[in-house]
Write a protein of this length. Structure first.
Length: 288
């Protein structure tokens, strides 16, 4: 390592597959055993030779790129896009490697942030400002230039969308992430910035959102209950707000708990929406 500030983050055994080389898909590519060294500045893949990739050269970290059956047979890997190449990399503890990669790539990165952009389905008046990122195993921590700090729990992401919005005087790609505050209230945070930072950050957040996606079939009354909770109505006021008796509310709560749409905070059914529940409510609001 040449720079005095460069730090080694992980040194492990793994394998890689060169899925695309110079813009051409390598249909006959095979996995090769290798040593994987990740630092704060670069990724090194060592076999008989050594492939060194500066992190600044990685354009995107994408989802699966199953160029052939050999690639498809691997359960977990990371697809790294570097110029006209795509490299698939996996290690024995791939979840740890991915988190370490996110740390190496994103820790200290500065992005544009609008927080909170939406609270309980209501658009807020927050302005865009710069924020600095910090990734942990469970969270993405963001410190804004006005001193505000907040945390996005990686397991508490209801939905993730991409849009084009005006940011700092120009149209930019924006990632809109739905999550909850410490009180369980749904909110959306908008993120934008340099494309290579945004693509990796989106992949990190997408993993959390994917765990909470499910197709659920609710009755109209169950949807009204979910919408009321999403809007901030107290669980104890749902009966009057929706216009059904308390016993029916309790039955619906039991059904929604079983479906992992709400979770019990304490007995007597004080509940809050899970990420999956917030996603359902957000979709419902979008249809109205």
């Amino acid at each position: 390592m040449s720079g005095t500030s460069e730090q080694k983050i992980e040194d492990t055994q793994g394998k890689y597959l060169h899925a695309v080389k110079n813009g051409h898909e390598m249909k006959d590519a095979t996995w090769q055993q290798c040593r994987v060294v990740l630092t704060s500045e670069r990724l090194v893949i060592a076999t008989d030779g050594k492939l060194t990739i500066p992190l600044s050269d990685i354009d995107e970290m994408g989802g699966r790129y199953d160029v052939n059956d050999r690639a498809a047979s691997e359960v977990n890997y990371s697809a790294l896009y570097v110029d006209d190449d795509v490299l698939l990399v996996t290690t024995a503890d791939h979840e740890t490697f991915e988190t370490n990669f996110y740390r190496a790539f994103l820790d200290g990165a500065v992005v544009y942030v609008k927080h909170p952009a939406v609270v309980g389905g209501v658009i807020q008046g927050a302005e865009w400002q710069r924020g600095r990122l910090k990734v942990t195993t469970d969270t993405v921590r963001i410190v804004l230039e006005d001193g505000q700090k907040f945390v996005v729990d990686r397991s508490d992401i209801g939905e993730l969308e991409t849009d084009e919005r005006a940011v700092a005087g120009e149209q930019r790609s924006v990632t809109e992430v739905e999550h909850a505050d410490d009180d369980g209230t749904s909110m959306e945070t908008y993120l934008s910035g340099r494309q290579h930072h945004l693509s990796v950050l989106k992949q990190l957040l997408e993993e959390g959102a994917e765990r909470n996606r499910a197709d659920l079939d609710f009755s109209p009354t169950e949807r009204r209950v979910v919408m009321a909770l999403y809007s901030g109505v107290s669980p104890f006021a749902i009966s009057d707000f929706v216009g059904i008796d308390v016993e029916k509310v309790e039955e619906i709560y039991d059904e929604l708990i079983e479906l992992d749409v709400i979770e019990v905070i304490r007995e007597r059914k004080q509940v809050s929406l899970t990420p999956q529940g917030r996603r359902v409510a957000g979709e419902e609001m979008g249809e109205q």
